[in-house]
Design a protein around this ligand. Sequence first.
Ligand code: SF4
Length: 215
Amino acid sequence: MGTFELLQRQKAVEAINTLEEKYRNAKYYLNFDGALQLMVAAILSAQTKDTLVNEITPGLFHRYKNVDDFANAEPAELTEYIKRVSFAENKAKNIINCCRIINEKYNGKVPDKMDDLLSLPGIGRKTANTILINAFGIVEGIPVDTWVIRLSYRIGLSKSDKPDKIEEDLKAIVDKKYRKNIAYVLKEHGHLICHSSKPKCDSCPIKGICPKNGV
Ligand code: SF4
């Protein structure tokens, strides 16, 4: 690693440490109780606001209480419960099929291995990482959502716009103890200060080290 890269890396690490300190209470934003509810909520949240998912899930989880309930759900009825989220019909199908596979292959329990989670319909790496971290306390990787993609580029943590590469870049600079919540820290910072069109750089705790990419 050359001097320039080393300096960039030091700045990135400093930026992460500063943000972790500022947003130390940042946590996952969907409401759930247990791995099944988290899996369902995470599937619903794709291209849908978290607040909307949190509005829908209490009624949904009252009607469908366990893996069997979802595995045996009528697609039309389940779709009705979740009709306010985007791609509701498709997400209903994925939830039903996930739960059927969980019953057939995993003894009715949401699996706690990355490869097993990735084999379920509607579950990509971001959701799998989210489930591993928040339901099982297993920190294998970092969930990369649209907030993480935008903030990572702006702060100079990654030059890529590809989630897998961003996750790799972040894993190289984010201390292990921060990996479980760095995604939520970045989201909080994007939400409160680093807005996409008008970031509040003057009041930003990392204004002295941020390259302000795209500002
Ligand atoms: S300095 Fe500006 S662009 Fe950089 S993280 Fe802070 S608010 Fe965002």
